[in-house]
Design a protein around this ligand. Structure first.
Ligand SMILES: [Zn+2]
Length: 253
């Protein structure tokens, strides 16, 4: 029986497909009736993650495909069309530019968007729905610091700690600035920087870091030492330049 770690291995093997628009087929009759192929074919795969023994494949437009292998199911990752001599009927075939993933013996394959419906617009959508993000952020408590707001997945989905730090630095906005003091232009600039950096990272693997984990080192823009400090309920470390990122800064960190 596939355990969590082998699901994680599969999630890792499927990474080459992330970022690509996929051809999706469900040859097996029991899989065909799920309607999965018609809903997912041609959509971009945004991420693959193992959650317990489930494999979650997150597609654009908030669609999440859940696969559970139970006793017999297994994934196979091949070169594209490497399965031309394939025998039998797989449950699912995901075909990217160079690779294809094949799921044998299902048996659980379902589209679930109940969870993602609660999430904000995806920062990696193409193009990202910045208007909707701004609307959600403006509907939130405006005494919240912007650094906390952009990590709240109900307001905008997908930004993590590193990209929050880098996007705020590029937009020259302090993570401590309260939403009520942040202009719409600044907000849009932060979101646009995050989208651009993350898209570039997805496409090229490039992860340039100006401030993230750079505490004490000189700011690449002005030379002031980078500061860091815990922020929000989760106390996740924020990184910022106290000189060129405009906005209030906590007295001591
Ligand atoms: Zn600076």
């Amino acid at each position: 029986m596939p355990e969590g770690d082998s699901i994680h291995r599969v999630a890792h093997q499927l990474q080459p497909l992330v970022g690509e628009r996929l051809e999706v087929e469900t040859p097996h009759p029991r899989a065909r009736v799920t309607g999965v192929a018609s809903r997912l074919d041609g959509r971009r795969l945004l991420g693959v993650e193992a959650v317990g023994k489930n494999l979650l494949l997150r597609f654009e437009d908030g669609l999440v495909l859940r696969s559970h292998l139970r006793m017999k199911g297994r994934w196979q990752v091949l070169e594209r069309n490497g399965g031309s001599t394939r025998r039998g009927m797989p449950w699912l075939v995901l075909r990217g530019e160079n690779a294809e993933a094949v799921l044998w013996h299902g048996p659980v394959l379902e589209l679930d968007d109940t969870h993602v419906r609660r999430l904000g617009p995806d920062i990696l959508a193409d193009p990202p729905d910045v208007d909707e993000m701004v609307e959600r952020i403006r509907a939130a408590d405006q005494s919240l610091a912007i650094g906390e707001a952009v990590l709240d997945q109900r307001l905008v989905a997908g930004i993590g700690n590193m990209w929050r730090a880098e996007a705020l630095w590029r937009a020259q906005v302090s993570p401590w600035k309260r939403l009520g003091d942040v202009t719409d232009d600044e907000l849009r600039s932060v979101l646009a920087e995050a989208a651009q950096l993350m898209r570039r990272s997805l496409d090229s693997g490039l992860r340039q870091r100006a401030v993230y984990r750079q505490a004490g080192r000189p700011c690449p823009r002005c030379g002031t030492p980078i500061a860091s400090g815990g922020q929000g309920d989760a106390n996740r470390l924020a990184y910022w330049c106290p000189s060129c990122q405009e906005g209030e800064t906590p007295g001591t960190v």
